[in-house]
Design a protein around this ligand. Structure first.
Ligand SMILES: Cc1cc2nc3c(=O)[nH]c(=O)nc-3n(C[C@H](O)[C@H](O)[C@H](O)COP(=O)(O)O)c2cc1C
Length: 198
């Protein structure tokens, strides 16, 4: 039986950082086993503590557990490429963000940014718990809005697949080959002191 690769065998930081950042990656192989209620709450608890503009906390999470009455609704939102590996997830999540400030109803220019921070908190907590947490853009946003009854003042941001690590050998061949922790651009390609000069 194959095991998920250890990201620390594939990744090294160029400058000293907490190893949790390197340990977080996006595997696709999951076992199909459920998460406990407490495990799921710990993940969302981490998201809850993300920073946001004016402490707006504009993120919302809808979820469906595998085997529950809601599962099919969430699973059917996914594009075919994501369905191919999400069948063994324990939970599928749809991330929403409220687009307007609660205090004055004006448009909030960073609602997407803030919900991304909440996602990353959740992902890092998942990595610390040795769970798979995998963000997804490949799903039907309009269908999500309709079937999950999302009001117009919320954006549908992304989906997240969560589960226990599985056997990469169970993945379709082309995904099995990609089941390896990725690298990153060098720092000089993403930072610049002063005006834009990339
Ligand atoms: C918002 C977002 C959307 C993504 N969409 C998909 C997706 O639809 N399907 C998929 O297999 N991976 C998806 N990914 C995973 C990325 O490909 C992955 O995060 C990236 O390659 C970096 O690898 P790492 O997360 O393992 O470090 C998504 C990631 C994020 C953050």
């Amino acid at each position: 039986m194959g095991r998920l690769p250890d990201p620390l065998e594939y990744r090294a930081a160029d400058h000293q950082i907490e190893l949790l950042f390197l340990r977080r990656w996006s595997p696709r192989a999951m076992s199909g086993e459920p998460l406990t209620d407490e495990e799921l709450r710990r993940l969302f608890e981490a998201a809850r503590w993300a920073p946001s503009t004016y402490n707006e906390q504009e993120w919302r999470f809808l979820y469906g557990r595998n085997g529950s009455e809601h599962w099919q609704t969430f699973y059917e939102l996914l594009v075919e490429g994501n369905r191919a590996w999400c069948g063994r997830a324990a939970v599928l999540v749809v991330v929403l963000s409220h687009k307007f400030f609660q205090r004055n109803g004006k448009p909030n220019p960073v609602h997407t940014f803030d919900s991304g921070a909440a996602f990353e908190n959740l992902a890092l907590q998942g990595a610390a718990m040795d769970l798979v947490v995998h963000g997804m853009a490949g799903f039907d946003r309009e269908l999500a809005r309709r079937t999950l009854e999302v009001p117009d003042d919320y954006d549908v941001e992304a989906m997240i697949s969560i589960g226990r690590p599985g056997d990469p050998d169970d993945l379709p061949a082309e995904l099995r080959e990609r089941e390896v922790p990725s690298g990153r651009k060098p720092l000089h390609e993403i930072i610049c002191e002063g005006p834009f000069a990339f």
